[in-house]
Design a protein around this ligand. Structure first.
Ligand SMILES: [Fe+2]
Ligand SMILES: [Fe+2]
Length: 471
């Protein structure tokens, strides 16, 4: 468990770091593991989840009012005091629902990369820490889900707030395709389960490219991926959470082979994980400040606020590990090849383009521009027992909230900017990255309220047309 037990892999000769510096990050990993395993934040989170009773917490704000769904919109200003309280609670639920999905993704990639570190025979403490983190995530996820479910049932009952009703445009596309493309051709490309002959060929081709380009690293191939292959099972690829929004599933499978085969790429994954840590901290730190304020005043601390507080404490350990691997430990291994640099660049470029491509005017501090999925969520919320609106009334309010400037956009921009600064600071240190990634150029170019409104006008027009067409 101590750094002194660790020896660097003798097969790795080309570390660009002097021994003293190598020892420094190994010591930090050991210290973090020790502190993490001695802390009791996870147990507190577990107990808060098990004991959660919505009634007891229902009359309190769980975070600053600006952490509320629709905060700063004309609708929020017209809402009653009890609706505002519910919007504050639903924000917590929506936010942690997304975090739960993201942490499920993290658990997979922790296991994939852990297999690579273990195969070097030199990072046992780190491997134990990553196993421990994965176990912690399972407790976090269960607590988020328990609180989320009880709260949602209390506020909107069985109303689904997800995207299940937003299938019409896809259905329309398919019927349009049906008219012009012969059946045999369409079946080659399209399958409801994502396993059409075309997608199987595509996955196999991408996998063959990755394994050919990394063939000199096959001794590090993650045991987790070996086991999946032996059982004939596909590489898992998330469809939701932060990971699921970065790239289509076939790209994620392709990247996973890299993270599970090359020690450099396994370390590179942690730059992506750091992004998730920074996104989380950008949100969660506001809850922590709120928690401390209540504590200082001796006031009641709602259970979800306490969960946020203890979660950030647990995640601080994870953030340290992400930073240490992504900024220092990767230098223990041979310098990346041109191919590895290219794939690393592509991953972070996609992260910027698909996930960090703007900010929301109705869901403060949500990553990315307002999109059809968020519009479905708001539409269903307005039609739920909380607002009980008819279709036309809901669409009229949505137009005001999504397409006209209001305080919500300014709050969204504020969170976008603080995330941008922390990511620029972090990625700016990664000398192997593309310039546009070191500077977070795509994310920075989207920091504009007029751009957000322009994007929303277009998205909302399509959304409202599809709702009216299906009514
Ligand atoms: Fe977590
Ligand atoms: Fe974590």
């Amino acid at each position: 468990m101590l750094a002194s037990n660790e020896t660097l892999d003798p097969t790795i000769q080309t570390s660009s770091l002097p021994q003293a510096q190598q020892k420094k990050h190994l010591q930090l990993i050991s210290k973090t593991y020790q502190n993490n395993s001695e802390s009791d934040y996870t147990e507190k989170i577990r107990d808060l989840g098990n004991e959660f009773d919505y009634e007891i917490n229902s009359n309190y704000y769980w975070g600053d009012p600006e952490l509320s769904v629709m905060y700063g919109t004309p609708l929020y200003n017209a809402a009653s005091a009890s609706q505002k309280l519910s919007l504050n609670h639903l924000f917590w639920v929506g936010h942690y629902n997304h975090i739960a999905a993201s942490e499920a993704n993290t658990s997979i990639y922790n296991t994939v990369t852990n297999g690579v570190f273990r195969s070097t025979g030199s990072y046992e403490t780190l491997c134990q820490e990553l196993d421990f983190e994965t176990e912690q995530e399972s407790y976090h996820i269960r607590t988020f889900q328990k609180i989320g479910f009880k709260t949602k049932m209390a506020i909107v009952g069985k109303t689904t707030l997800g995207n299940s009703a937003y299938g019409n445009s896809e259905k329309d596309n398919n019927s349009w395709l049906r008219l012009i493309i012969p059946n045999s051709v369409r079946e080659f490309f399209v399958s409801g389960q994502g396993n059409s002959p075309f997608s199987v060929h595509r996955d196999r081709t991408l996998s063959a490219i990755a394994k050919t380009m990394l063939r000199d690293k096959k001794q590090y191939y993650s045991q987790y991926l070996r086991d999946l292959e032996a059982k004939g099972q596909p590489i898992p690829a998330p469809a939701d959470g932060l990971g699921g929004r970065i790239a289509p599933r076939y790209w994620l499978k392709f990247f996973t082979i890299h993270w599970g085969m090359s020690p450099f790429m396994a370390c590179q994954y942690y730059s992506l994980r750091y992004m998730a840590n920074a996104v989380l901290k950008n949100h969660e730190y506001s809850y922590v400040k709120y928690f401390r304020e209540l504590e200082r005043k001796g006031e009641y601390i709602p259970a979800p606020t306490a969960v946020s507080y203890y979660h950030l404490m647990d995640e601080a350990f994870h953030t340290t590990i992400s930073q240490t691997i992504a900024k220092d430990m990767y230098k223990d291994f041979p310098k990346p090849t041109a191919y590895e640099k290219f794939v690393s660049g592509m991953i972070i470029y996609m992260m910027q383009r698909n996930l960090l491509n703007g900010f929301s005017g109705v869901f403060p501090n949500r990553c990315g521009a307002d999109d059809p999925l968020l519009m479905v969520f708001i539409y269903k919320l307005l039609k739920s027992p909380l607002f009980e609106m008819e279709t036309k009334e809901a669409l009229d309010w949505m137009e005001k909230c999504f397409c006209q400037e209001h305080e919500g956009f300014h709050v969204g921009l504020k969170y976008h900017q603080s995330l941008l600064e922390s990511l620029q600071k972090f990625f700016g240190c990664l000398d192997y990255q593309w310039k546009i990634n070191r500077e977070m150029g795509i994310m920075a170019s989207e920091a504009s309220i007029s751009k957000a409104l322009h994007n929303n006008l277009k998205t909302f027009k399509q959304f409202s047309e599809s709702v009216i067409a299906s009514a």
